[in-house]
Design a binder for this molecule. Structure first.
Ligand code: CMP
Length: 139
């Protein structure tokens, strides 16, 4: 089915001017960017977005990293978009990512791993609504 998922191009990637290169990978995988904006996240925004990881040992470092520079938040649309995006991103840890994936080609570390993508259709809807109004998404 046609789905929408949520993507973040993280500060390590925007810093290295990889917004276009990452987006090209998404598009080559058959995903369509139906909403996009570049943002400087506040600490509160980053903490709220990653609230599910609040108790993890890496939470504070993750929030610091996510506010260390601009991000690009995007809504991606396509057939099986959630799974397709996870495939093109590759494993969370770039050391475990398959060749050709975004994280294998671009990520610096498990933290500075260039992209975030929703892990389920349910979370995709929550994450999209965290950053976008319905009228900002043009399919
Ligand atoms: P993301 O998909 O954005 O979701 C949570 C993020 O935490 C993850 O990608 C990583 O960038 C970051 N992270 C940092 N350390 C770890 C870790 N040990 N395990 C999982 N995620 C980590």
């Amino acid at each position: 089915a046609t789905e929408r998922t949520f993507s973040i191009i993280k500060p390590d990637a925007t810093r290295r001017n990889l917004t276009g290169a990452v987006t090209a990978k998404l598009e080559e995988a058959g995903l369509r960017v139906v909403a996009s904006k570049r943002l400087q996240l506040s600490k509160e925004q980053a903490e709220g977005f990653y609230a599910v990881h609040k108790e993890r040992p890496f939470f504070n470092d993750l929030v610091s990293f996510m506010i260390s520079g601009p991000v690009v938040v995007q809504v991606l649309e396509g057939e099986n978009a959630v799974l397709k995006n996870r495939e093109v991103m590759g494993a969370t840890n770039p050391a475990n990512a398959e060749p050709g994936t975004i994280r294998k080609e671009f990520a610096e570390s498990i933290e500075a791993n260039s992209v975030h993508g929703s892990d389920s259709l349910e979370n995709a809807a929550i994450e999209i609504a965290y950053f976008f109004k319905p009228e900002e998404i043009v399919g």
